[in-house]
Design a protein around this ligand. Structure first.
Ligand SMILES: [Zn+2]
Length: 67
């Protein structure tokens, strides 16, 4: 007996993962996200790769270019 939790599509999940970088997800969104990741191996892998990519980006961006 779950309340009407909207099932995320894989596409929406990807958006949420990248959104989470720029803003704090609403508790509902975060719950939907982890719910989907729990049941979808493809999105789990994708979100891991996102994390690595973003971490890499942070490293690159932290290195200020010398002008
Ligand atoms: Zn998925």
């Amino acid at each position: 007996m779950k309340p009407s939790i909207k099932q995320l599509t894989c596409r929406a999940t990807t958006h949420l993962v990248s959104d989470a970088r720029d803003r704090t997800l609403a508790p509902e969104e975060a719950a939907q996200l982890s719910d989907h990741l729990e049941g979808c191996g493809a999105c789990r892998i994708a979100s891991r790769q996102f994390e690595q990519l973003f971490a890499h980006l942070d490293t690159l961006l932290a290195r200020k270019p010398e002008l």
